[in-house]
Write a protein that binds this ligand. Structure first.
Ligand code: UDP
Ligand code: MG
Length: 146
């Protein structure tokens, strides 16, 4: 897959627990993204630590790791032109109080920590994060051979 054509997303534990998975998937679909890989899984503490390692010196890191390993998440790879930027726009600000009207976080987040969904912030991170959860045999890009 070419950088720029996909992003990585993860529905966070409280959103899954509260039954928001399907409504969130609907928003993602309406915004023109195609799901090309998906799994429900539960992160161990050490997996959550690795996934969020860039934040390890931030005050919220421990709480974030506890939260992200507290229950099942749904990880996915999404295909669309300009996927990373468009998806960040669709999910909105990290803090739901600052998130724009109509965004997924505005609609579904409970707090800055429990903000419903993760989205990659760059093409490089989309690749790293997709590879964290999926093997090459678990991602099904939509192309001429599909
Ligand atoms: N987070 C938090 N407190 C903060 C900032 C972030 O608990 O003050 C959590 C929140 O769940 C966020 C995640 O850490 O989604 C990663 O933070 P980042 O700044 O990368 O935000 P994002 O890229 O998810 O918008
Ligand atoms: Mg981030």
């Amino acid at each position: 897959m070419k950088p720029g054509e996909f992003t990585f997303a993860m529905v966070k534990p409280t959103a899954v627990k509260l039954g928001r998975l399907v409504p969130i998937l609907n928003e993602i679909d309406l915004a023109g993204f195609r799901v090309i890989a998906m799994k429900m899984t539960r992160l161990s503490k050490s997996q959550a630590e690795r996934f969020y390692a860039v934040h390890k010196d931030r005050p919220f890191y421990q709480g974030l790791v506890e939260f992200m390993s507290s229950g099942p998440v749904v990880a996915m790879v999404l295909q669309k032109e300009n996927a990373v930027q468009d998806f960040r726009k669709l999910i909105g600000n990290t803090n739901p109080e600052l998130a724009e009207e109509g965004t997924i976080r505005k609609k579904f987040a409970l707090s800055v920590q429990e903000n419903a969904i993760h989205g990659s912030d760059s093409d490089d991170n989309a690749c790293i994060e997709a590879n964290f959860f999926f093997s090459q045999f678990e991602i099904f890009p939509i192309n001429e051979q599909y």
